[in-house]
Design a protein around this ligand. Structure first.
Ligand SMILES: Nc1ncnc2c1ncn2[C@@H]1O[C@H](COP(=O)(O)OP(=O)(O)OP(=O)(O)O)[C@@H](O)[C@H]1O
Ligand SMILES: [Mg+2]
Length: 376
């Protein structure tokens, strides 16, 4: 998949941007706070997903602007498509999003049109950081290959919040235990389904990432992954999420109910899942060095790109925001060699010279204005 052109105006500090891109490598270059990440962010929005840095809708629009407009043209394995994404200050709720001129009723309808994989400095903490980040990583990965999944996870999250509130109300005596029944049934249904999908993705991830990790360590270390669940001991071969798994989930919820009421939160469920990474059989989070954990994180993100590529039969666009400058030359070379057949966008600052960038186009970003300074 290749992004051919981008036109955008009024997105944060970006002003009157009109760019055509190199098929392989594109570098956004400039000083701090000039709009490099904003460019990556506006490309990312065209995938239909939320901002990767948690920007609220109203903050998309430039402070002095009334609206932002974006038009992105890309080529997938079959055809050329155009996404248009617009928002105006007087109607923040209604984003005007079009795919090939057809109005979509929500940006999420853009899913699986444009596929991107983004690497940010926070992703380098994926292996060392909190389980929540790894769950988010898994969920994003699954949703990129299964469109309906995002809705399932959002529903689960909202039910768990309502259940936790109800648990507190029960302990205060303002609600009854029976009130939980309908919530628990829904939780068990959604939770069993999420477990099956997360497990299936972990199996693929394990396969791809063990090869990549062996590569980055020249065969010296072995990486393996496991989905750890508070509900199911072993998920291998299990996919009856509407039957057996649902009943087991429900029973575990009920078994813990009295304790949950005392504690005021739900102790078991997919909101406590973790993706555990092992180097030579030992959990890397506890035993791994900083460098090993960074390599694991890089390999997980690269695997995400490879799996997406395999599933969609088309390579995703890779967005590297401030990541390369954080890596040593060996790891920079490793990453670049693994994505050399994909279109890549990289942000970099003048002071952080990156040695591995050779061919491709370079764009200077200065105060929200973007100019091509090298044609690839
Ligand atoms: N809603 C907005 N309206 C106008 N400007 C905004 C808005 N939101 C952010 N900005 C501006 O965007 C700039 C930051 O852009 P961005 O994060 O893309 O910088 P960057 O070039 O990636 O910098 P760094 O190298 O530090 O990562 C800041 O100057 C900020 O004031
Ligand atoms: Mg930035």
């Amino acid at each position: 998949m290749i992004i051919k052109t981008l036109e955008t105006d009024g997105f944060k500090n970006l002003s009157n941007v009109k760019l055509d891109f190199h098929r392989n490598l594109n570098v956004f270059f400039g000083e701090n706070a000039q709009g490099k990440t904003n460019l990556i962010e506006v490309i990312w929005l065209c995938t239909g997903l939320k901002s990767f840095r948690g920007t609220k809708d109203r903050d998309f629009i430039g402070l002095e602007k009334e609206a932002f407009h974006t038009e992105l043209c890309f080529e997938d394995k079959d055809r050329t498509q155009t996404i248009s994404y617009n928002m105006s200050r007087n109607n923040l709720k209604e984003k005007a999003v079009f795919l090939n001129g057809v109005r979509l009723n929500s940006p999420s309808r853009l899913f699986s049109a444009l596929n991107c994989v983004i690497f940010t400095p926070e992703d380098l903490e994926l292996s060392k950081g909190s389980p929540e980040n790894r769950r988010r990583f898994l969920d994003l990965s699954v949703s990129q290959i299964k469109r309906s999944y995002v809705g399932v996870v959002n529903k689960y999250d909202s039910i768990i919040n309502q259940r936790n509130k109800l648990l507190k109300d029960i302990s205060l005596g303002v609600s009854k235990k029976e009130d939980l029944e309908v919530w628990d049934e829904q939780l068990a249904k959604l939770g069993a389904y999420i477990s099956v999908l997360r497990y299936a993705y972990t199996v693929k991830l394990n396969k791809v990432s063990s090869v990549l990790y062996s590569d980055i360590t020249s065969g010296k270390e072995k990486l393996s992954l496991k989905l750890s669940s508070t509900v199911f001991e072993n998920l291998e071969g299990r996919n009856d999420y509407g039957g057996e798994m649902y009943l087991e989930y429900l029973k575990k919820l009920r078994d813990k109910l009295d304790e949950d009421i005392r504690l005021g939160f739900t102790q078991i469920g997919v909101h406590r899942d973790d993706l555990v990474t092992y180097i030579n059989g030992l959990p890397s989070r506890e035993y791994g060095s900083q460098g090993q954990n960074r390599s694991v994180a890089l390999v997980l993100k690269l695997s995400q790109a490879y799996i997406l590529s395999e599933e969609t039969k088309d390579s995703p666009v890779i967005l590297l925001d401030d990541v390369l400058s954080e890596l040593d030359t060996n790891r920079q070379e490793f990453v670049m060699s693994k994505i050399k057949n994909m279109q890549v966008f990289i942000t970099c600052c003048e002071k952080n010279k990156i040695n591995v960038l050779k061919d491709g186009s370079i764009f200077l970003v200065d105060g929200g204005v973007v100019k091509k300074i090298k044609r690839g």
